[in-house]
Design a protein around this ligand. Structure first.
Ligand code: CP
Length: 322
C-alpha cells in the first residue's frame, strides 16, 4: 500500500504540525519521524489524562474491534483506550467463528458493513495482508492489530519504540532482536521503525532456521542501517542498549534444548549492560524466565501499559476532524 493511501495531506497545515494526517495504520514504515514525535508527545499527554481518570471528548465516536485470532493486550488495551477517551466499543473477539466469515463472507464485505456502524476499526487478521485488504475496502480508518504470522504488528512496534524513547535517545541505539524472527511480526515492525533513526545498529539473533526475512534486510540495506545476523546470544548481549526478546517457536530442525540457548534468565543478567533495557511484546514462554522480572532493567510490564497510552494517542490522531 503506498504512503498516499495511508495518509492524506492535512488541509489545515499549521506551523510546527506534521503535514500529513493518518488515514490507516497498516505498516510501520508508513510513519515518518515527525509523525512518531507527534504520537509520542500525545502519548505523554495520555499518561497524564489517564492519571486524571480519562476524558469524555470522544463520547460520540465508536471503535470496532474485529479479531480473527486471539489477543489479550492488543484488543483490551485498544478497548480500554477508547473507553478512557470517552468513546464506545463494539467487538468481535473470535471473528473466525463468530463473524460471517464462517458463512464465507470475505473481509472486504465485513469491513464495509462494520465501517457503517463505527468510526474506526481495529483488525487482527489471520492472513498476511488481511489488514491491507480491509483498509482498501474501508470508508473509515483501519488499524492493523497483527496480520498473519509473518506480517506486521505496527501498533506493538509503536509502543515498543515509545517505551525506549521514554528512557533514552533513539539515535545511536544498538538493539538485539532475539527469537524466531522469520515469523516475528513484532520484530519485523520494530526493525522498520528503528530504521528511521540515525546510527542505529540491529543484531538479529535467532536459530539459523528462523532468521529475519530478506525483505526486512533489503529495507535496512536501502536505508543504510547497520545490522548483523547472529545465532549466539552471548556474542551480543553485553554490547546492546536494548534487548528485545520475542518468542522462540518450535521448528522441525530445532532441538528443544536449543530453544533455551536463546532464553534470557537470571544467569544472562550480569552479562548485560547495567543500563540495558529488556523488552518483550508478551505473551512469553520459556524464552524469558520469571527470574528476570525483578531486575530494574525489565520493562515489559511497563511496555504493555504504554500500549494503552500509545493506542489512545493513535486513536486521537485518526479520529480528529480536519
Ligand atoms: N503483544 C501482543 O500482541 O499481545 P496480544 O497477542 O495479547 O495482543
Amino acid at each position: 500500500m503506498d504512503r498516499e493511501a495511508l495518509t492524506q495531506t492535512n488541509p489545515r497545515k499549521e506551523a510546527g504540525k506534521p503535514t500529513e494526517k493518518l488515514r490507516h495504520v497498516i505498516e510501520s514504515q508508513q510513519f515518518t519521524v515527525p509523525m512518531l514525535m507527534e504520537l509520542f508527545d500525545r502519548s505523554r499527554g495520555m499518561e497524564r489524562l489517564v492519571a486524571r481518570g480519562g476524558s469524555l471528548e470522544y463520547q460520540n465516536r465508536i471503535m470496532a474491534t474485529l479479531f480473527y485470532t486471539p489477543s489479550t493486550r492488543t484488543r483490551l488495551s485498544f478497548e480500554a483506550a477508547m473507553h478512557r477517551l470517552g468513546g464506545r466499543v463494539i467487538s468481535t473477539e473470535h471473528a473466525r467463528a463468530f463473524s460471517s466469515e464462517i458463512e464465507g463472507e470475505d473481509v472486504e464485505d465485513t469491513i464495509k458493513i462494520i465501517g457503517s456502524y463505527s468510526d474506526v476499526i481495529v483488525i487482527r487478521h489471520h492472513e498476511e495482508g488481511g489488514a491491507k485488504r480491509a483498509a482498501h475496502a474501508s470508508s473509515v480508518p483501519v488499524i492493523n492489530a497483527g496480520d498473519g504470522e509473518g506480517g506486521q504488528h505496527p501498533t506493538q512496534a509503536l509502543l515498543d519504540l515509545y517505551t525506549i524513547y521514554r528512557e533514552r535517545p533513539l539515535d545511536g541505539l544498538s538493539v538485539a532482536i532475539i527469537g524466531a524472527l522469520d515469523k516475528g511480526r513484532t520484530a519485523r515492525s520494530l526493525a522498520y521503525l528503528l530504521a528511521k533513526f540515525e546510527r542505529v545498529k540491529i543484531f538479529f539473533v535467532s536459530p539459523p532456521e528462523q532468521q529475519m526475512k530478506q525483505d526486512i534486510l533489503d529495507y535496512l540495506n536501502e536505508h543504510a542501517v547497520l545490522y548483523e545476523m547472529e545465532s549466539d546470544i552471548d556474542r551480543v548481549i553485553g554490547e546492546v542498549d536494548v534487548v528485545y526478546q520475542t518468542r522462540i517457536r518450535p521448528h522441525p530442525h530445532l532441538e528443544s534444548a536449543s530453544v533455551h540457548q536463546f532464553a534470557i534468565h537470571s544467569a544472562t543478567l550480569p552479562k548485560m549492560k547495567p543500563d540495558a533495557l529488556i523488552l518483550h511484546p508478551l505473551p512469553r514462554t520459556v524464552e524469558l524466565d520469571r527470574s528476570v522480572d525483578q531486575d530494574p532493567r525489565a520493562l515489559y510490564f511497563r511496555q504493555a501499559m504504554n500500549g494503552l497510552f500509545v493506542r489512545m494517542a493513535l486513536l486521537t490522531m485518526l479520529l480528529e476532524k480536519d
